[in-house]
Each structure stands twice: as structure tokens, then as C-alpha cells.
Design a binder for this molecule. Structure first.
Ligand code: ZN
Ligand code: ZN
Length: 385
């Protein structure tokens, strides 16, 4: 492994430090085509250039690796110790005896120390050296539901932007049939130690981004990322009685896992809109029930709205303001072992703001004849010590 100069991936691709992924990709494509060994047979310079370009794209072509590359590079650029650690050496992957480009990359079994042993290392007993396969990130999606939708249950189709595992390379990032080699910089461990005074700091290997392996020929479908963006439409069945803040879990519908590992989960979080009339408390539903003064005094059978339809409710004579009537089973349906709720109707006696002449006359006669003094008790108790 050669010590010395740290490769400038940006320079290798001829892009600025602030170039976006599209520019980087375009630059890589152009240069890779130009210097491809197939187009430049027996041209050692072109081959080296091609390797540089590929390595640079490998380091900058995805945001995670690029961040990792940018960080240590800035550190080293400032003249820190350990600059000779050499994470530049990408050459000679085929080991001694491997011939030119074709031998190294075609997977045709090269010379001594060729791919056979590398592959055994990779898929055999390399046990736990590099970072383990990481499950994909979970996603959460807030699903706004109408009050009635939450009551009845509903089916929604939602669109999720996520990354899926590339089906061409199954997430490996390598062109099918091409080789994945152990990273030379870190020897497959995925981390490198940098001496800093008395300390030795371990950090993710900048060459392989902590993976311990290097893809020599990138998958054309995903550009080596192993994942592809997709806009996935998912059908969500909302059970009747869904609560605001309630979660539904869709296993494996989150982000693709790293290098073919299991995908994360998708969490659907319900947000139920308020209703102008109904208020939910647990599975019970509360409403204010306006009654006229005469209905309350004489009793009546009145129509009461519930979320699921109208019911008749008998109001006994002498009903008081604020009194609550319970209508069994007319709240939210039970979900997941709970109990179904009731409707709780709280009486609000309405005093008419305007009266027609005949109504006024009747009420005046009632007032004259009534022997009830509503303040009698208050007057009496006002004398208490
Ligand atoms: Zn792929
Ligand atoms: Zn490495």
C-alpha cells in the first residue's frame, strides 16, 4: 500500500467541492466512457485514469460516503498527523500475478491470489469484521383522517417516497458477475485508526465507507448505491375506531436495508380531525344536547345525533340543565380488546331570545299563576352563619 498523497476525488472528476450529485454523476459518466479500458486497449495511462475516476465516484457518488470523505480530508488538508496513512491505494486489487485489467475485473480466475480466495474470505468466514448488515431506516407517515373515517374505518391509498433494494444487484452495488473485493485500505475491517498524539482514533474507512469491501464494477441500474428511489403506493386499511395518535405498523415497508439487509418498517400515525358537534374521550362520544325549557320541564322524546346515526332519547319531566344522559353503545366501536363507547349527551336548556305574541301571553300567565319561587332556598340559606 503506497503512502503519500491523498487523492483529491473532486479533482479526479473535475468538479468543484460544491458540485451536486447530478454533476458528479455526469462527470463520472463522461470520464468513465472516455477512459474505459475497452475503449483504450493496452493503454496503462487510461487504465489508471479510469481507476482514479471510478474510485473518486465511489467516494463521492453517495452522500454518506461523500460526507465521510470530506471530513477526514479536511482534517488532513490542515496538516494533521497520520497523513501518510494512505487511503489512496486502490490499485492492484488482483494481487500478484494478476495481469491487466481484464484479468482483474472479469472474474475469470486471475493468477495466484486472485478472486477465489477473496471471495471465500468475503462470503465465508470473514465473520464480523466490517460493519454488520444494517436494517433500513423506519419511516413514519402522518395520515389525516376525518372524524367519521376514524369511526367507520376506511381504506386509503398513500404514496411513500423511499429507497428500495436494487433488484439488478440485490443491493450489493456491483454489476452482476463482477467482483466485490476486500478493501485494501482497511483490510476489510471497515475502520482505520489514526494516531493523534497519544490517542489512536478509529474512524470509518474513507475508501470503503466502513463497508470493508470495494465494488470494482458498479451496477448500472443503481450506480453502485444498491438502492433506488421509488414512489410506492400503499393501501392502508384503517380499522374502525382508530384513535388520533394511533399507530399502524407495516413491516418491511420502510427504507431499503444496507447492501440487501432487511428493510425498515413503515409507521402510519393517524391524526383525526376534530368534529364540530362530537367530542371523543376514549371510546365515548360527548355532545351538548339543547333542550327547550318546556321539553325539560314537561319531559319529551327527542331525536339525538350520534356518529352512526340518529337515536330517540326519552327526556323525563323535570330535567335539569347540565344533566347528562348516557346512550349505551353509541360511541366508538371497541378496538383491540377495549370496550365500545357510549354517547354522553349533556343537557343545555335554551331560553328563547325572542317570543311570538301568543307565546309571550302564555308564559306571562304561567308566571302569574306559578307558585314556585326559584330563589326561596337561596334566600333561606343566605341567613346561615
Ligand atoms: Zn444495483
Ligand atoms: Zn476500507
Amino acid at each position: 500500500m503506497s503512502a503519500g498523497k491523498i487523492k483529491d476525488y473532486y479533482k479526479a472528476l473535475g468538479v468543484g467541492r460544491n458540485a451536486d450529485q447530478k454533476e458528479i454523476k455526469n462527470a463520472y459518466r463522461k470520464l468513465a466512457r472516455k477512459h474505459h479500458p475497452d475503449a483504450n486497449p493496452n493503454d496503462k495511462k487510461a487504465e489508471d485514469r479510469f481507476k482514479d475516476v471510478s474510485e473518486a465516484y465511489d467516494g463521492l457518488g453517495n452522500d454518506k460516503k461523500r460526507t465521510e470523505y470530506d471530513q477526514p480530508r479536511e482534517y488532513f488538508a490542515a496538516g494533521g498527523p497520520g497523513a501518510g496513512g494512505g487511503w489512496a491505494g486502490a490499485g492492484g486489487a488482483g494481487g500478484p500475478g494478476a495481469g491487466g485489467w481484464q484479468d482483474v475485473y472479469s472474474g475469470g480466475g486471475g493468477g495466484a491470489g486472485g478472486f477465489g480466495s477473496v471471495f471465500e474470505d468475503l462470503f465465508g468466514g470473514r465473520g464480523g469484521q466490517a460493519s454488520p448488515a444494517a436494517k433500513g431506516e423506519d419511516l413514519s407517515y402522518t395520515l389525516t383522517l376525518g372524524f367519521r373515517e376514524a369511526f367507520e374505518g376506511t381504506t386509503k391509498r398513500i404514496k411513500i417516497d423511499r429507497r428500495q433494494t436494487c433488484s439488478t444487484c440485490s443491493g450489493a452495488g456491483a454489476k452482476p458477475g463482477s467482483q466485490v473485493t476486500t478493501c485494501e485500505t482497511c483490510g476489510g475491517r471497515g475502520a482505520v485508526a489514526q494516531n493523534q498524539g497519544f490517542f489512536s482514533i478509529k474512524q470509518a474507512c474513507p475508501t470503503c465507507g466502513g463497508e470493508g469491501t470495494v465494488v470494482k464494477e458498479r451496477c448500472r441500474t443503481c450506480g453502485g448505491a444498491g438502492t433506488l428511489p421509488e414512489a410506492k403506493t400503499i393501501t392502508v386499511n384503517i380499522p374502525a375506531g382508530m384513535k388520533s395518535g394511533g399507530k399502524l405498523k407495516y413491516r418491511g415497508q420502510g427504507q431499503a436495508g444496507h447492501r440487501g439487509a432487511a428493510a425498515g418498517d413503515l409507521f402510519m400515525i393517524a391524526q383525526v380531525r376534530d368534529h364540530p358537534i362530537f367530542k371523543r374521550a376514549g371510546n365515548n362520544v360527548h355532545i351538548d344536547l339543547p333542550l327547550s325549557f318546556t321539553e325539560a320541564a314537561l319531559g319529551a322524546t327527542v331525536r339525538v345525533p350520534t356518529v352512526g346515526g340518529t337515536v330517540g332519547l326519552r327526556i323525563p319531566p323535570g330535567t335539569q340543565n347540565g344533566q347528562t344522559f348516557r346512550v349505551k353503545g353509541k360511541g366508538f366501536p371497541k378496538s383491540r380488546g377495549g370496550t365500545s363507547g357510549d354517547l354522553l349527551a349533556k343537557v343545555q336548556i335554551e331560553v328563547p331570545k325572542e317570543l311570538k305574541p301568543d307565546e309571550r301571553e302564555l308564559l306571562a300567565r304561567l308566571a302569574e299563576k306559578s307558585k314556585i319561587d326559584p330563589r326561596a332556598q337561596v334566600m333561606a340559606r343566605a341567613q346561615e352563619q
